[in-house]
Design a protein around this ligand. Structure first.
Ligand code: BGC
Length: 705
């Protein structure tokens, strides 16, 4: 006892004297507190904390004032089973804002709502890489690009955790399809894992300081992700020094010993009726420990972690934040994300914005008159209200503007409906402008199943073409979490807007963009391919694999990394998005550790531009993608205004994972800096002399840590 005490004081002292991180002191104090509580617990009490005690809570110890840990989905509102919640735009829309500050506002508002509902853990953000357009959960995720995720997710997490709520980043890792998600084994190169599939999670843990990580359903290299030694112990806990808890996905545990040994801390969702003690991490663990088959320190490590995050979230002994729900502020955050996240894809001859003097608009499409919040699976939300596109147009259009509606297609009805199309054509023909809202609902964007194709459903192609014939001023608004095949009408219609799932204020925001009260500034967080047959997961790799394995032979060539390198023209490039004004770039200067340039708003209206910095390498030792995003900045400019943009670069921007040496290395040929308005619209370029910048090659840091 004396020895262990002096050991603890030594650790304590060491952390203090190195004083590495500002937070280290308080974390060390919290660790000591967790240890002192741990010493008071019986084995049975400890094990009670390792598994579910209801559908959405893990066990506490009331004798000591340790509460159950109450959890809720996530990620874009408090789960539907509970009472009403603010409905935020889903993950892809947040990512499309390219505005990390909005990630923070989103997390803070959501965290307040979770606190208000007395939930301790918010099961989000979902940050799996968007590998194929078909994934049923793309709408919950953020991007195909690890750097964009790495900038957005930490902010969201910090926002949540500042409210005394634990963020649980999910699903770790390689959970990139819903097809066979609970049985499939994912195989990929170490390079693809390190360069593409892990950086978002690493940033979530090391920068965002997420206190919880959810293991995924799938297997990774033959071992279940929710108790995968390599992912959870080796990478997450050892390499990244993760001090928080690993929570299994619901019913993702398959073995007591593997769960105990391979890094899972809390088992959730296993089907044991109400006999929670029968969980894999339940009574069996008590028996095994008593029989000497499991050492108690294995259990202690998990309980210490649980106590640590509980103390961090002020769940024990102190009153945590009482939170708030459905405030004006939360609704405004929801609206703001939609405002900055909707992406104007096409706007020929400046058809948009519409003047508010317009006499008559036709709003067409079953989705225009449909609420979408409560679909999609575990992320479904029951909002206080949800403004549909049709309601939005009625709310926002001026008194002089008549809004006529026609359904055009029936949601869920497979075939084109001639009589609905005819009515829509008639409505469009007598209007000044026709706005067709089409695309997907949560019938397609849904947990547990992928989409079968990228096709416009329910006869929407026929409808759009017919409406366009009747009225050349046809605007198409796309609903959904990932790209659709729009080749049948894309060239014919003058304007297209990607609206995603834009939250409870979505309809108002959409109408405000169409009428120019808001200048769009969203950019695509994923490539929009022309057709499914163009997509790397489907061309180079396997999707969805056979019933046992899926091999990610597309490797690091995910999204624009593939389209650029293999010279396949996308429908719309990664990072694309138009504004009602125009921007020019100039005065590129390459400094030590930073790139500087100016952006000017050349138009007559204020707007925002997302300047994107890509690095291109030369003849590197291993093949590399044509270019990679390594920095971006969203710049807000008044009409005529010019601002200087400074993007700093760290050694990471010049590194790649060398599969042969099995470590991160600097690529000395990575010296071309490309600055663009999208990945396909490069405006400035210059050479960076890596050796002469202040960025030094630090061999110690070159390892994969
Ligand atoms: C989903 C998770 C979710 C959990 C709890 C699982 O099926 O994959 O994302 O958080 O259920 O609802």
């Amino acid at each position: 006892m004396k020895n262990s005490r002096s050991f603890i004081s030594l650790v304590f002292l060491l952390i203090f004297s190195f004083g590495r991180i500002a937070n280290a002191q308080s974390d060390a104090v919290i660790q000591l507190k967790a240890d002192s509580i741990l010493r008071l617990l019986t084995l049975e009490e400890k094990v009670h904390m390792l598994h579910a005690v209801s559908g959405f809570a893990s066990g506490g110890v009331s004798r000591l004032g340790i509460p159950d840990m109450a959890m809720t989905d996530g990620p874009h509102g408090i789960r539907i089973d509970y009472v009403e919640s603010t409905y935020f735009p889903t993950g892809v829309c947040l990512a499309a804002t390219w505005n990390p500050a909005l990630g923070h506002a989103y997390g803070a508002a959501l965290g307040q709502e979770a606190a208000f509902r007395k939930k301790n853990v918010l099961l989000g953000p979902g940050i799996n890489i968007i590998r194929s357009p078909l994934n049923g959960r793309n709408f919950e995720y953020m991007s195909e690009d690890p750097y964009l995720i790495s900038r957005m997710a930490p902010q969201y997490i910090q926002g949540i955790q500042e409210q005394g709520v634990i963020a649980c980043v999910k699903h770790f890792a390689a959970n990139n399809q819903e097809t066979k998600r609970t049985v499939i084994n994912v195989e990929m190169s170490e390079r693809a894992l390190r360069e593409i599939y892990l950086p978002g999670f690493k940033a979530a843990v090391t920068e965002g300081k997420a206190n919880a990580v959810m293991g995924a359903y799938n297997k990774f290299r033959g071992e279940w992700a929710s108790h995968n030694n390599y992912l959870l112990k080796h990478i997450l806990k050892d390499e990244w020094h993760f001090k928080g808890v690993v929570i299994s996905d619901w019913a993702a545990i398959h073995s007591t010993m593997q769960a105990l040994w391979n890094g899972c801390d809390i088992e959730m969702g296993t089907n044991v009726g109400k006999n929670w003690g029968r969980s894999y991490m339940g009574d069996t663990v008590v028996a095994l420990t008593k029989a000497g088959k499991v050492q108690e320190y294995v259990v202690d490590d998990k309980v210490r972690r649980i106590l640590f995050v509980m103390l961090k979230a002020k769940m024990i002994g102190t009153t945590s934040n009482t939170g708030s729900a459905n405030t004006k502020e939360h609704q405004q955050v929801s609206a703001k994300i939609a405002e900055e996240g909707m992406v104007l894809l096409k706007n020929e001859n400046h058809l948009l914005p519409l003047p508010n003097t317009i006499k008559n608009i036709a709003v067409i499409g079953g989705i225009a008159d449909r609420k979408l919040a409560n679909g999609g699976g575990s992320s479904g939300v029951r909002p206080f209200y949800e403004i549909t596109p049709l309601e939005g147009f009625k709310n926002i259009a001026g008194n002089a503007t008549k809004v006529n509606y026609a359904m055009g297609y029936m949601v869920g009805n497979n075939k084109a409906n001639d009589s609905l199309i005819q009515k829509a054509v008639n409505t469009a023909a007598s209007a000044d402008v026709a706005i067709v809202v089409a695309g997907w609902t949560h019938i397609q964007d849904n947990e547990g199943a992928d989409k079968t194709d990228m096709n416009m459903p329910w006869g929407q192609n026929e409808l759009i073409n017919a409406v366009r014939k009747a009225n050349p001023k046809t605007i198409v608004v796309l609903s959904g979490g990932s790209p659709l095949d729009i080749r049948q009408w894309k060239e014919n219609v003058p304007a297209i807007l990607q609206a995603w799932y834009p939250g409870m204020e979505g309809g108002n925001v959409l109408a405000k963009i169409i009428f120019g009260q808001i200048n769009p500034s969203g950019k695509l967080p994923m490539t929009f391919p022309k057709a499914l047959a163009d997509c790397p997961a489907h061309v180079l790799g396997q999707y969805p694999g056979d019933s046992v394995n899926v091999y990610y032979n597309d490797d690091i060539y995910v999204g624009y990394r593939y389209f650029d390198t293999y010279k396949v023209a996308p429908q719309y490039a990664f990072g694309h998005g138009l504004s009602y004004t125009s921007f020019s770039y100039g005065n590129l200067q390459i400094k030590k550790n930073a790139v500087e340039f100016t952006i000017t708003n050349n138009g007559r209206t204020a707007g925002a531009e997302v300047a994107q910095l890509y690095i291109k390498s030369g003849k590197s030792a291993l093949p590399r993608p044509e270019k990679e995003l390594k920095g971006f900045e969203k710049i807000f400019l008044k009409a005529g205004e010019t601002k200087k943009v400074v993007i700093s670069l760290s050694q990471e921007a010049f590194s790649y994972f060398n599969d042969l040496s099995n470590r991160w290395e600097i690529d000395p040929t990575a010296n071309l800096v490309l600055i663009g308005s999208s990945s396909a619209d490069i405006r400035l370029q210059g050479t960076i002399d890596f050796q002469n910048t202040g960025i030094t090659e630090d061999r110690a840091k070159k390892k994969s840590k």
